[in-house]
Ligand binder design. Sequence first.
Ligand SMILES: [Fe+2]
Length: 268
Amino acid sequence: MVVMEETVQLVQITDTHLFAKDEGCLLSVNTAQSFLAVVDDVVVRNVAFDAIVATGDISQDHSLESYSRFAQGIECLEKPCYWLPGNHDRKKNMSQLLPSKQIREMEHVLAGDYWQLIMLNSQVEGLPHGYLDESQLDLLEEKLNQYPQRHTLILFHHNSLPIGSAWLDQHKLQKAPQFWERIAGYDNVRAVLGGHVHQKVDKEHNGVRVMATPSTCIQFKANSDEFALDTLPPGWRHLQLHKDGSIESQVYRLSEGRFIPDFESEGY
Ligand SMILES: [Fe+2]
C-alpha cells in the first residue's frame, strides 16, 4: 500500500448489504442509495486516506452484480480497497470480480513503514456466526512473527467480544478465546477491526483496541437482547495509524432523518 505520510490513514466501509437490483431494500432501506450516500459523505468531509477497507457483508444477495455495484460505487474515492467476506457474502463471486482497478483480496498488507494489516476470513459459509480456522490463526501468527517491528491491525468481519446483545452475540466469532490466546504472546497487535454488529464499538481487551463500525444501511440497537433497530443514521469510520502505534479514529454518520428503516420488522 502506498502511504503518503508516516501515518497510515484508512476509510472503513462495512456491511453495505447490496443487491443486484437497484430497488433492493433491507428492512425498507434502499442499500444501494445509503451506500452511495456514505461514499458521498467520505468525499464531502474531505478526509485524507491511503486506502479503503471493506469488512464484509458487502452483498445481501451475494450476486456478482452486487459486488460490481460496490466496485462502481467506490470508484470516485480513487484509492485501493482491501475487502474481506462477511457471513452474507459468497467468496467465489467476490473473487470473480478480480482483477479490479481498485479492489484487492489480500490476507496481508504492508502499510507504509510502520504498520501491517492482517485480513482474515471469519466466514462459515451459510451460517451467521464466525470462526477462524487453524489456517487463519496460523497465518496470523506467521505475520506477527515475521514483522515484529510493525504495529498490527487485524481485520475480520465478526465480533470477537460480546457486545451485550444476546441475539447478535450468538452470532459472534465462535471459539473467540482461541483467537485471543493465539495473539496474547505478541506485543505488536494494536487493534482488531470489524463490522457485523451494525453499531459503533470501541473497547479494549488484553491491551488491544477492539472496534466495530456502523453499517452503511441499517443500524442495530445497542444492548438489546432481542432484535431491535436503532434510529441512528448510516455511517463509516476514519482511522489514523500513527508511527508510534497509537490510533486515532472517528466514526462519521449521515445527517438524521435519511434512510429510516421499518421499525415494525421482527428480524432480518
Ligand atoms: Fe451485516
